[in-house]
Design a protein around this ligand. Structure first.
Ligand SMILES: C[S@@+](CC[C@H](N)C(=O)[O-])C[C@H]1O[C@@H](n2cnc3c(N)ncnc32)[C@H](O)[C@@H]1O
Length: 325
């Protein structure tokens, strides 16, 4: 039975969050089962590879959203974070069913299909939302094939940036991995802006936060051994920035700019911009561990054209980190 096979693989993954080869083999096996049961590979047509516009960016195509599964450390760490959080909520709310709102489930809805088999349907209930109709239809088929329909309360085909969640206060967890490195194009920030004021204050979010951080490396003429690095600015702390959202304020055009001054005695070699993804508790995606945490590295040329570098996170017309000229 597919559900039991996935339950075993999911348990293996939870018990091995350190060893890359074991994580890779387990996720590849899960992927093979999902491919077999969804026939994704036999799909053709532009609708399966074209990104879908949202109110403030782009959502991944069905094929690209499916491929997120094989971002190995991402999947293993999100799974660990999700299962741990459900267990914490069970402690906090004994005898209550834990309600999870899953915004952006993609075609495999992995944080339902890998998680639900570990619990009883009386313990966890999911509501799924996805902007891409082809993806949510496929998730529904997979959930049916895995005999997990008893775990699903609602399917919504809608844009999470504008969606009004029915019975929003009942949810204990919002899961939305709608991210890319540097928070480029995908809607994590506007989704939180829209959804956080609707949810209960005690509702936990996975990923819990994203911090875009600038660092400088030195000395200018580097060798690998002597290269040092210092953090110089937090360009964006998403959870702090979305605190301004009260359910009435529209999404701003952009968040406050941050300026980094490069003058001084020290000459730098490069500036690195990291996307630090905090999943929950002590679980983070570290630099280069996932496609979401690939850093941007820019060489600093001397003499400096301008002493200041100013970054800002644009929200309209589409989400994107920008450099001010
Ligand atoms: C990075 S994929 C992750 C898929 C899956 N949850 C996983 O973790 O493997 C993000 C998914 O969110 C969907 N998505 C992105 N923006 C959205 C939005 N504004 N409203 C609803 N769904 C969205 C995309 O279509 C895509 O399927």
């Amino acid at each position: 039975m597919l559900r039991n096979t996935i339950k075993e693989l999911s348990t293996t993954l939870l018990n091995n969050t350190e060893h890359y080869n074991q994580i890779k083999d387990t996720v590849d096996t899960i992927h093979k089962h999902f491919l077999e049961h969804t026939n994704i590979e036999s799909l053709d047509g532009i609708q399966h590879v074209a990104a879908v516009p949202t109110a403030s960016g782009m959502a991944l195509s069905l094929n690209h959203a499916a491929a997120c599964l094989i971002d190995y450390h991402r999947t293993a760490k999100l799974l660990k974070g999700m299962v741990t959080l459900i267990q914490e909520k069970q402690q906090q709310y004994p005898n209550e069913t834990i309600h999870i709102f899953y915004a952006g489930c993609g075609p495999y809805a992995p944080f339902l299909t890998l998680v639900a088999p570990l619990f009883d349907a009386s313990e966890v209930q999911f509501s799924l939302l996805e902007i891409n109709a082809a993806s949510i239809n496929m998730a529904k088929t997979l959930i049916e094939k895995m005999e997990l329909t008893a775990y699903v309360k609602n399917y919504y085909t809608a844009d999470a940036v504008t969606f009004q969640i029915p019975e929003a206060k009942k949810y204990h967890i919002l899961f939305s991995e709608t991210l890319d490195a540097l928070l480029y194009r995908e809607s994590y920030v506007p989704i939180l802006w829209n959804m956080l004021p609707q949810l209960s204050k005690d509702c936990s979010i996975i990923p819990n936060n994203v911090i875009v951080q600038a660092s400088l490396t030195f000395p200018q003429k580097e060798t690998e051994k002597t290269r040092q690095e210092k953090e110089v600015a937090t360009i964006l702390n998403v959870r702090e920035a979305v605190q301004q959202s009260d359910g009435n304020k529209p999404l701003p055009e952009s968040f406050e700019p941050i300026t980094i001054n490069l003058e001084g005695n020290q000459r730098y070699h490069t500036m690195i911009v990291d996307t630090k993804v905090h999943i929950n508790n002590d679980i983070w995606l570290t630099r280069n561990e996932s496609s979401l945490s690939i850093p941007l590295e820019m060489e600093i040329a001397y003499p400096l054209d301008a002493p200041n570098v100013t970054f800002f996170y644009q929200l309209k017309p589409s989400v994107e980190l920008k450099l001010k000229n």
